[in-house]
Design a protein around this ligand. Sequence first.
Ligand SMILES: C[S@@+](CC[C@H](N)C(=O)[O-])C[C@H]1O[C@@H](n2cnc3c(N)ncnc32)[C@H](O)[C@@H]1O
Length: 268
Amino acid sequence: MERITENLIRCPSCKGGYCSVNRDEKDFFTCRVCGERFPVRHGFIDLAPELHLSKSVAQFFMESPAIVSVYESRFWRRSLAAALALGISFDKEARLIGKAANIANADSVLDLACGPGIYTRAFAKIMGNGRVVGLDLSAPMLRWGAKQAKKQGLDNVLYVRASALDLPFEDESFEAVNCCGALHLFPDSNKALDEVSRVLAPGGCFTVAAVRKGEGLLGAVREIYSQTMGVKGFTSQGLGQTLEARGFSGIHCHHDSRRWLIMSAVKQ
Ligand SMILES: C[S@@+](CC[C@H](N)C(=O)[O-])C[C@H]1O[C@@H](n2cnc3c(N)ncnc32)[C@H](O)[C@@H]1O
């Protein structure tokens, strides 16, 4: 853990120093400047011990052990029902994302709102010596992901619990940031995109898959219903403009049909 956390985690409290593991206190990460301590538990560093997910219906599912245990299986993210609703299978989406972000050649990648790490661990396997950080707010998701990473002997993965709206990393820390299946859940997606732009190195790639806003009357009704569940859809044009305003170029829409949008952009 010492190797992959080196000069990576900016203290969420004072924002002025790096946190590192204290050799005498292996269960804590300590800020070298303000001394604040953050627990390491169940294989992840909890950088937001006081922070909890807003309890929308969608977020409630993300904390549910039953959903966590099937999330990566053919009953949820890899299900036929999901592929039909989104207009693309998970495997095809993953191939698109991996290629667009050039993951195989990246040294440091952030998998934002990683859930149990369906992308995090896949990236770790193809990155060799590169480091991949999976960040999420759901402790049950992270616990599951960390357990799987350990089982699979992946030593280049780090899981951290923190908010996507306040990333605990120094500016320009990552060569690629991936955020799939989550932007539509964030309470303030613009703030999260500000953070993505801040932590990405110039020339770094941002890949995103998110719920697509419906068209026409049916789409509008569906959008109202989705928002009551805590899911806010995007249009490719709207998201493209939001990214452009944050200094991204080369904005590319890879998939824009049914309920799903897959896009990539490069930070200038
Ligand atoms: C549907 S899962 C996506 C998991 C994975 N990235 C994928 O592609 O399948 C959405 C995740 O977003 C996380 N999440 C929601 N709001 C968040 C926030 N503000 N900060 C960090 N993670 C958040 C949830 O805990 C959940 O694990």
